[in-house]
Design a protein around this ligand. Structure first.
Ligand SMILES: NC(=O)C1=CN([C@@H]2O[C@H](COP(=O)(O)OP(=O)(O)OC[C@H]3O[C@@H](n4cnc5c(N)ncnc54)[C@H](OP(=O)(O)O)[C@@H]3O)[C@@H](O)[C@H]2O)C=CC1
Ligand SMILES: O=C(O)[C@@H]1CCC=N1
Length: 272
């Protein structure tokens, strides 16, 4: 079987992360093409990745077996409506846009279009991504495998059986890297205020985050137990955790994530 051609419409942050991660796996530059609005953006991709590019989304749509829609949700309708209804036979559409339903995509791209809606995240660039995937009724088992192969090349993927849960995935892992980056910013700034040189505070923070995540992923006990193991009774960590708890960190996090998920649901209605 010949390797599928994978096309990206919109070559911004997320497409760059996915393409970069895929090329570090067994996917060859000749298998990937991308289109974007400006020649500069296309030139950047050629230089950075050596992949083929086009300024014409319709040309791209006719050439690829898997078409990844990676534009902002607000321009998705116009981009889809401009694509030819007759595209390459057996083509799978993979949309990574937050807040755009399979029903809307099908309406804009043609009834019966095979669509996998997925929510990846930017650590895909380092092949440490995690994605939630949902397939509409037109997607075959072979196409599910195609989508999985792309997302698994840049991390891990998990299938969902209800499309609405994509908003929860967005709130947890799609937007999630930003929450951890925010925490890193806050810890670095606080470390500096405690007297550390900025770059020392930053390196201590980043390697602590990396070490903690790696430990949690490979541990046979949960995060709560790992946290307890750092807290010596009457020691230092306990004071910090007590301070977080008295500010009700879990409620702060839940409120933020509910806001992210609600925005996803709101966008689905707004952009339908
Ligand atoms: N960033 C993230 O962490 C994540 C993003 N997503 C989803 O990924 C999608 C893309 O987000 P992100 O990569 O951050 O956004 P970007 O703005 O970085 O990328 C979108 C790209 O699409 C280009 N574009 C705009 N209009 C067209 C068009 N008509 N034809 C071709 N290309 C076009 C933009 O060009 P220009 O800038 O010139 O307009 C830009 O280069 C969104 O739908 C988002 O919901 C999903 C998971 C995580
Ligand atoms: O902020 C956003 O809307 C996108 C979706 C998840 C991450 N970035």
């Amino acid at each position: 079987m010949t390797a599928p051609i994978i096309g990206f419409i919109g070559a911004g942050n997320m497409a760059t992360s996915l393409i970069g991660g895929m090329l570090q796996q067994n996917i060859k530059p000749a298998q990937i093409i991308a289109s974007d609005r400006t020649a500069e953006q296309c030139e950047r991709l050629v230089k950075q990745f050596g992949i083929g590019t086009s300024l014409d989304n319709a040309v791209l749509a006719n050439e690829c077996d898997v078409l990844v829609l990676a534009v902002k949700p607000q321009v998705m309708q116009a981009v889809c409506r401009d694509l030819p209804r007759e595209r390459k036979t057996g083509q799978l559409i993979v949309s990574i846009a937050a807040g755009i339903s399979c029903a809307s995509l099908e309406q804009w791209l043609g009834e019966g279009t095979a669509i996998v809606r997925c929510m990846p995240n930017t650590p895909s660039l380092r092949r440490q991504g995690v994605s939630g995937l949902f397939a509409n009724a037109s997607v075959t088992e072979a196409q599910k495998e195609q989508a999985e192969n792309i997302l698994n090349a840049v991390g891990i993927s998990l299938w969902l059986d209800q499309e609405e849960l994509i908003d929860a995935v967005t709130a947890v892992s799609g937007s999630g890297p930003a929450y951890f980056f925010y925490m890193m910013e806050a810890m670095t700034a606080a470390g500096e205020k405690l007297g550390l040189p900025r770059d020392t505070a930053e390196r201590l923070t980043l390697f602590t985050a990396l070490g903690a995540a790696d430990m949690a992923v490979h541990s046979d006990v949960d995060a709560a137990e790992l946290r307890r193991r750092v807290c010596s009774p009457g020691g230092t960590t306990e004071q910090a955790i007590n301070s977080f708890a008295s500010d009700d960190l879990p409620a702060i996090v839940e409120r933020a994530m509910r806001a992210a998920a609600a925005r996803g649901a709101e966008m689905t209605k707004e952009l339908a």
